[in-house]
Design a protein around this ligand. Structure first.
Ligand SMILES: [Zn+2]
Ligand SMILES: [Zn+2]
Length: 107
C-alpha cells in the first residue's frame, strides 16, 4: 500500500461582487485567495498556508499585481488614492482595498 499525499493550491472566491478590470475593461474581476491544502487521496484535509488576497480578472486572467505594474508604467495618468485603513497606494478604481479588504473611502 502506498499513500497519495501532497500539497496543492485551492482558489477561494472571497467576494462574488464583480469589479471592473482596469486592463480589459470588463466587469469580471473577482476578489480571490489561493490557499494551500494538504491532500490525502485527493481530498483536502487541512489548510497549510493561507494565501494573500488578490483581485483576478476572469476574462484576461490578470491579477492585481499586474494591475499595479500596468498603472505604474503605461498608465501614469491613472488616479491614485490611499487606503485609509492600511495606507497602501491603490488605483481609484478599486472599491475595496486589495491589501486589507476594507472598503476604500472615496473623496
Ligand atoms: Zn481583464
Ligand atoms: Zn487597505
Amino acid at each position: 500500500m502506498f499513500l497519495i499525499a501532497g500539497v496543492s493550491p485551492k482558489t477561494t472566491v472571497i467576494d462574488n461582487t464583480p469589479r471592473r478590470c482596469p486592463v480589459c475593461g470588463t466587469v469580471r474581476a473577482y476578489y480571490k485567495r489561493v490557499d494551500h491544502y494538504f491532500n490525502l487521496f485527493f481530498i483536502p484535509i487541512l489548510r497549510v498556508k493561507k494565501g494573500e488576497p488578490f483581485i483576478m480578472c476572469d476574462r484576461c486572467s490578470r491579477t492585481v499585481n499586474e494591475f499595479k505594474e500596468e498603472y505604474g508604467s503605461t498608465w501614469p495618468d491613472i488616479q491614485k488614492t490611499q487606503c485609509r485603513h492600511c495606507g497602501k497606494t491603490l488605483a481609484k478604481d478599486f472599491g475595496y482595498c486589495p491589501y486589507c479588504g476594507k472598503l476604500v473611502a472615496r473623496k
